[in-house]
Design a protein around this ligand. Structure first.
Ligand code: FE2
Length: 171
């Protein structure tokens, strides 16, 4: 299928939304990292994913640039769904690390869905050359979601043991 002006418009909108999504990801992860004291493995993985996310943003900007949709047209709109997930993460309560783990898992899966949709448009809407770069971002999101999934049990167990030791106030 060739790129029509309609598929192109859908694709560009999706790319801009993905850009806004990744900016929001940074605004969620950075404050989390700065507050973590007792979960260095979580902090390290988040630091890693912050760097990956910065690369993803640069890739999306390159893609938009290649479609003659430069930075000036990038108005980062807040996404209501991701916004509410971020609000969950920002709630400061005694179980902040757990809430953040759940919110991050939700956010990463939202990102996975977004890139799968963009790849579908790229593949079938006339932009096959852009599939590999989008797949690069997708693979990083899948790896992060898997890490969060694999580590939910250990983070929960550690939270429980710290709480028993009277250290529940610390993230
Ligand atoms: Fe991500």
């Amino acid at each position: 299928m060739a790129a029509t002006s309609e598929t192109r418009a859908i694709f560009v909108t999706g790319l801009k939304n993905a850009h806004a999504m990744e900016k929001q990801a940074l605004s969620i992860m950075k404050p989390q990292v700065s507050r973590i004291e007792n979960y260095p493995e979580v902090a390290a993985r988040l630091e890693w994913h912050i760097r990956e996310t910065e690369g993803q943003i640069a890739r999306l900007e390159d893609v938009l640039e290649s479609l003659a949709e430069g930075h000036s047209s990038l108005k980062d709109v807040a996404l209501s769904l991701t916004g509410s997930m971020a609000a969950i993460g920002h709630a400061v309560t005694g179980d902040e690390i757990i809430k953040n783990s759940l919110a991050n898992f939700a956010f990463e899966n939202f990102e996975i869905a977004a890139y799968k949709s963009l790849i579908t448009i790229a593949e079938h809407g006339g932009f096959p050359g852009l599939v590999p770069v989008l797949r690069h971002n997708l693979d990083e999101e899948i790896a992060m979601a898997r890490w969060l999934d694999d580590n939910l049990e250990s983070v929960t167990m550690k939270f429980a043991s710290l709480k028993e030791a009277g250290l529940s106030a610390k993230v």
